[in-house]
Design a protein around this ligand. Structure first.
Ligand code: FES
Length: 263
């Protein structure tokens, strides 16, 4: 039974089909979702039906399988809300509201080559784009705090981005990856037609600077604290050169040149 409908988004009680604990911090949820189909870059507000947390958490889609009607989320434990989600078992109910926000494909040129730059779980919305547009050429630059013990973990976390033409992985601990921050290994923005990035604010700031000096179009997926996710509460306001914007409904993807970061 749908509870409400906002701008084509729905709020629905959905069944958790599967949960995979990839590392101590990262897990993947497979949740039944019928309609409307989410697009890469969009997000859902999610929380367990039985929850001690008041507000749902905004989580970008990792992939959507329209045949199986399954939406996949890659989540990093980062507080009570996400820890609650990590403790769910298959068959339990999760409330999903969405899909909200704009989509990467709105900013993708007709042809060319795109760099996807991610920090930690920021890989998820970019992997969703790789799944949505297998016809496009992507180079992936993915940074993590901890590297991977096994190839299978790496494949799980990279999702469809594993099919990218070029893949560079960095981890701060250097385990089975380049040691360091991912931007240490991204040196040639000029060789791309567009650059998409999702990750921590410090990482996005540097991506913005690199792309500006190379004069390459760049789009950033921003994070903000959210209450409604639907543009109604103004709790997610960010500053841009065009004035204040709502991260949830005007974004979460913005042209890098528009974003004003707090110092
Ligand atoms: S979260 Fe309510 S307006 Fe964005």
């Amino acid at each position: 039974m749908y509870m409400c409908e906002i701008n084509n988004a729905k709020s629905q009680s959905c069944e958790l089909k599967e949960i995979i604990h990839v590392t101590e911090e990262i897990f993947i949820l497979y949740v039944n979702w019928e309609w409307p189909p989410p697009r890469a870059g969009q997000f859902f507000m999610i929380k367990p039906e039985r929850s001690s947390v008041f507000l749902p958490r905004p989580i970008g889609i990792f992939e959507y399988n329209p045949r199986e009607k399954l939406v996949k989320f890659l989540i990093t434990k980062a507080g009570r809300g996400t820890i609650e989600l990590s403790k769910l078992n298959p068959g339990e109910k999760i409330r999903l509201s969405g899909p909200f926000g704009n989509a990467w494909a709105d900013f993708l040129p007709e042809s060319g080559k795109a760099a996807l730059i991610s920090g930690s779980a920021g890989i998820a919305p970019l992997a969703a784009l790789a799944a949505e547009r297998p016809d496009f050429t992507f180079h992936l630059y993915a940074g993590f705090k901890n590297g991977f013990e096994e190839k299978i973990q790496e494949n799980l976390v990279l999702g469809s981005a594993i099919k990218s033409e070029k893949i560079v992985i960095a981890a701060e601990d250097g385990k089975n990856a380049n040691k360091g921050l991912i931007l240490d290994f991204f040196s040639d923005p000029c060789s791309y037609d567009v650059i998409f990035a999702c990750g921590s604010t410090p990482m996005l700031k540097i991506v913005k600077i690199k792309c500006k000096s190379a004069d390459v179009p760049c789009f950033l997926s921003l994070e903000s604290r959210m209450a409604c996710g639907a543009g109604a509460c103004l709790g997610c306001t960010i500053r841009t050169v065009n004035g204040n914007r709502r991260c949830c409904s005007d974004g979460p993807i913005f042209p890098a040149g528009d974003v004003i970061f707090n110092d």
